[in-house]
Design a protein around this ligand. Sequence first.
Ligand SMILES: Nc1ncnc2c1ncn2[C@@H]1O[C@H](COP(=O)(O)OP(=O)(O)OP(=O)(O)O)[C@@H](O)[C@H]1O
Ligand SMILES: [Mg+2]
Length: 266
Amino acid sequence: MAISVSIPKTPRKKEENIIATYGLHKYFYTGVGETRVLHGIDLEIKRGEFIIIFGPSGSGKSTLLHSMIGLENPTKGRVELFNKDLYAENEDERSMTRLEKIGIMYQQPIWVKAMNVAHNVALPLNLLGTPHREAMKIAEEKLKSYAMDKWAKYKPTELSSGQQQKISLIRALITEPEILIADEPTGNLDIDSSKRLVEGLKELNIIGRTVIVVTHDLQYLSYADRTFYIKDGNLAGIYLQDETKELINDVLNKGKSIFKLEKASK
Ligand SMILES: Nc1ncnc2c1ncn2[C@@H]1O[C@H](COP(=O)(O)OP(=O)(O)OP(=O)(O)O)[C@@H](O)[C@H]1O
Ligand SMILES: [Mg+2]
């Protein structure tokens, strides 16, 4: 008699905050002067959510993301990661938390250029103290599971930008992080690869990871449990999955009205 084995799903604990920002302001000071980028963002992300941070270019999405994971000290306000005041920790503690618990796909992939793809993928494990041989084995298996193993011995910069994005995702997942963050993951991919990647992120979310994706691509909003709309450094709206049509219409209509204004002024 066949015995059916059911694989238990990771329970989703949506009530618990995993990341929160309170009155988050971020200003940059450069030779040209002060740039005020974030103007008091209050948001809470629950464990197990799929969140999209959506907004036009320059609205502050990457700055917000970096502030949420300990890479940009807020000018004012507080960030809580795993219910702890993130910036009360020192930089070493923050990088250890990132390394252990957060997988990050940066907008511009960061590589150790002298190392090949497999070594770059294994690097987070090496930094966490996994013996080199074991780390390499895990990296090679992970590359294989994403059908990218044939690039293992190449230097990352010898790959196309789309391939680099995939390697960047594989590296982000190598430590089995609780939170996966992807800043414009589909930026350099064709439509089919983009869709596959976003579906892959959704699957990772369904098995229990909190996933946060930054995009200005309207077509992916329906994948998110909630979309945070960032506009001019403010949280202009929070949209539930079945409300994204509203946001899409708003954005598209605004596009049209700007177009009309431009035409009228000619
Ligand atoms: N390190 C920095 N120093 C000075 N200004 C910065 C710095 N980082 C970001 N900014 C400024 O903050 C603003 C928002 O940048 P950010 O990268 O957060 O936007 P974004 O929404 O991610 O845009 P995109 O969709 O193009 O990636 C920009 O005007 C940018 O010039
Ligand atoms: Mg950005």
